[in-house]
Design a binder for this molecule. Structure first.
Ligand code: NDP
Ligand code: KYN
Length: 446
């Protein structure tokens, strides 16, 4: 029987749920959104475990489509490249793309507030402090726990945008022949802060994403609107050094002065700061299908990825954009749109999931290697000369909207060619003499 959809329920008013609600309301549906937390516009959002987000092309495109980008643009801080901090305090800058291309540091809380306000403005029914407890995949209803009582609501269609530990996905996992996989990396993360200087300025350059790459782990810092930086230490849970091996303020202090010495000029009282915030874990989750009867997963609920490419939110926003395009194309025939949505997005989510895991190695290790930085320069040179024929992988992912799966495929071909080039003797000194036409021909023939 075909789906007749009038009333849609959305579980989770995080970034993806809130954006999705705007899309669907604008298409004319009655949309009710339910969020476990209190309204962040009133309650604030101080979790002490918030990695700053990097909004880029895909996310921006999805925000523009529903007319919310102008508002969002006011809270963005452009980052034009990576600023690497050596142990000796030496700084090396690596641009992300061509001149004028950048990614945007943005606070999750502030962005979420804008999206929720927009959802309210377009007529989405908002329900806070509603935790979905029981999703009936067969009857399309949900039981919610609220501070007063439990209540059940019935819908024509329900989206689970309730994040990495989705309650709706939990219900799906319990069904026959459901595929589910989760993987915790050996590292966790801890938030630290670089406050503004006494004169109220940024302590370090605000137009870059700062990295202290140290091989097996790293510290990063992204700028905030109040001129502070949110730093994140990505560090193994076990071994030496690790979260386990640093137990006292003295140990932390000694470790930081040895490993990230210049950071101590900016992070005040690291011994105390370190123990203020919790240590959180990092998980990759893959599952399929994303659609069961009239229940649909989207965003992190469908594909939780590690944060290292800065693409989790962009990918979730792109889910909304793609779904909306399919609904447009098939005149809101959900029976046609939903199978295509899950088929297309699953392949792309798997691709960005793998890319994100690899970008951790790039950020914590490769960016400290001269050879890697020269490879980036060669690829930038090729892109400059042949803008449509050689697009570096980072640019395909971040500054284009080609499918993640296509970017991954092309990136692998390019890497094979670059591996051979980088193995040539003297390449570090002579790279500017490379015959770029020959390289492009190789890629075409691949
Ligand atoms: N920078 C960071 O620290 C984080 C970034 N993100 C980014 O956001 C992107 C998009 O995330 P998105 O898919 O929207 O997921 P999110 O985790 O941002 O949002 C899900 C929302 O649903 C809430 N929720 C969870 N369970 C229930 C439930 N049973 N009933 C009702 N509400 C529930 C969550 O509350 P609660 O959070 O209390 O579980 C949260 O507010 C991610 O890919 C990632 O890039 C996401 C999380 C952290
Ligand atoms: N937002 C982040 C959060 C955590 C870790 C990395 C990011 C990034 O954005 C990395 C950036 N894309 C980079 O490749 O340098």
């Amino acid at each position: 029987m075909s789906r007749q959809v009038k009333h849609i329920g959305i579980l989770g008013a995080g970034l993806v749920g809130a954006l999705l609600s705007i899309y669907l309301r604008k298409r004319g549906y009655k949309v009710s959104m339910f969020e476990k937390r209190a309204d962040i516009r009133k309650a604030g959002n101080e979790s002490g475990r918030s990695i700053n987000l990097a909004l880029s092309r895909r996310g921006i495109k999805a925000l523009k489509e529903v007319g919310v980008f102008d508002e969002v643009s006011k809270i963005l801080l452009p980052m034009e490249g990576r600023m690497m901090h050596g142990v000796d305090g030496q700084l090396t800058f690596q641009p992300y793309g061509k001149e004028g291309q950048f990614i945007n540091s943005v606070s999750r809380g502030k962005l979420n507030e804008i999206l929720i306000s927009k959802a309210e403005e377009v007529g989405v029914e908002l329900n806070f402090e509603h935790t979905s407890k029981n999703v009936s995949l067969d009857n399309t209803h949900v039981e919610f726990a609220t501070p007063e009582k439990n209540i059940t609501h019935q819908f024509d269609l329900i989206f689970g945008s309730d994040g990495a530990f989705s309650q709706m996905r939990q219900a799906m996992v319990g069904t026959n022949r459901y595929n589910y996989e989760q993987y915790y990396i050996p590292h966790g993360y801890k938030e630290l802060t670089i406050p503004p200087t006494e004169s109220g300025d940024f302590a370090i350059a605000s137009n870059a994403l700062h990295i202290w790459p140290r091989g097996k782990y790293m510290l990063i810092a992204l700028p905030n609107l109040d001129k502070s930086f949110t730093c994140t230490l990505f560090f193994p849970f076990e071994g030496t050094p690790s979260f386990e091996s640093l137990q006292t303020p003295e140990q932390v202090s000694a470790f930081f002065s040895e490993t990230f010495p210049d950071s101590l000029e900016y992070i005040k009282n690291i011994g105390e700061e370190y123990f203020k915030n919790p240590t959180s874990s990092l998980v990759t989750i893959k599952c399929f299908p994303w659609v069961k009867n009239n229940c649909v997963l989207i965003g992190d609920a469908a594909h939780a990825i590690v944060p290292f490419y800065g693409q989790g939110m962009n990918a979730g926003f792109e889910d909304c954009f793609v779904l909306n395009k399919l609904l447009e194309e098939y005149s809101d025939d959900w029976d046609k749109a939903l199978p295509l949505y899950e088929e297309m997005r699953k392949v792309d989510a798997d691709a960005i999931s793998d890319l994100a895991l690899h970008n951790f190695v790039e950020m914590r290790d490769l960016v400290a290697d001269e050879k890697f930085l020269v490879q980036k320069k060669i690829e930038a040179m090729l892109h400059e000369k042949f803008p449509d024929q050689w697009i570096p992988l980072y640019s395909m992912v971040t500054f284009s909207d080609m499918r993640y799966s296509d970017a991954l495929k092309t990136g692998k071909k390019q890497q094979t060619i670059m591996d051979e080039i980088m193995s040539r003797p003297g390449i570090l000194e002579n790279w500017q003499q490379l015959d770029s036409h020959l390289i492009i021909d190789k890629l075409k023939a691949f």
